[in-house]
Ligand binder design. Structure first.
Ligand SMILES: [Fe+2]
Ligand SMILES: [Fe+2]
Length: 250
């Protein structure tokens, strides 16, 4: 029997080779798993952005407003010194600010004239509805998107809705998105009016400094206006897909 047992060094060599193969296999599986997880995260984020588009299509046929919102919020956040990782998250979250409009009746959402007090009350529910849609998740992006949805109509002076928060009690993400949304909405054609020229819209933004909006955020927007407007024009011209907002993983 002893003649068929290989010498001890053969065991060692075979074991070492097998161990090497195992390590290589584990390495490959680990990379594949990470790639798959990143792919799932991307799909997740894209699905959420498509939900944002569904809400936006009811208000803006082109849907390009929400793409601009993402890019401009990211650029403004960077101007304010927000770390890139957070700014990237905001780039994905900002387009979802009006997801709650899914719950708005057309008669209110598309009304050309001024809303009655009752209609206004219905309309003012869209931040809460949006936060409700987005907020029941532990995923940081969804939490940020819910924060933005809830806060984007709060005003620096405390007269906004739905909670009447003032100053820095309003999350910075909401203060940034509020400014970008105000400016972008003014400079696009709406069913009830034509777009305001950029210089008029910038003046209207300046007039709300310290009233509707955080003075620091307005100052950063005005200081970076040429670059922000160039970015906006590029997005309007090139119409990048929503997927362009999704940061590719680390
Ligand atoms: Fe809104
Ligand atoms: Fe908007």
């Amino acid at each position: 029997m002893s003649g068929v047992v290989p010498p001890a060094h053969c065991f060692t060599d075979a074991a070492a080779a097998q161990m090497e193969r195992l390590v290589a296999d584990f390495g490959r599986m680990y990379r594949e798993r990470n790639d798959a997880l990143q792919e799932v995260a991307r799909a997740h984020h894209e699905a959420l952005l498509r939900l944002a588009r569904a809400a936006e299509f009811r208000d803006d046929d082109t849907g390009v407003h929400i793409v601009r919102m993402g890019w401009l919020a990211w650029a403004l956040a960077r101007e304010l010194g927000m770390p890139e990782s957070q700014a990237l998250l905001l780039r994905e979250a900002a387009p979802m600010h009006d997801v709650g409009k899914i719950g708005m009746p057309d008669a209110v959402l598309k009304k050309p004239g001024k809303l009655t007090p009752d209609e206004r009350q219905v309309m003012n529910e869209h931040p809460r509805i949006g936060a409700e849609i987005l907020g029941r998740s532990r995923i940081p992006l969804f939490q940020l998107a819910a924060e933005v949805a809830l806060a984007h109509h709060e005003r620096w002076d405390g007269s906004g809705y739905p909670s009447g928060l003032a100053g820095e009690a309003i999350p910075l993400s909401g203060r940034i998105v509020a400014v970008v949304d105000f400016f972008d909405a003014l400079t696009m054609d709406r069913c009830y009016r034509k777009a305001f020229p950029d210089d008029v819209a910038l003046e209207m933004l300046r007039a709300e400094r310290g009233h509707a909006f955080d003075p620091r955020v307005v100052d950063a927007f005005l200081a970076a206006a040429p670059a922000l407007l160039a970015l906006r024009d590029r997005i309007t011209r090139e119409r990048p897909d929503l997927a362009s907002l999704v940061a590719s993983g680390p």
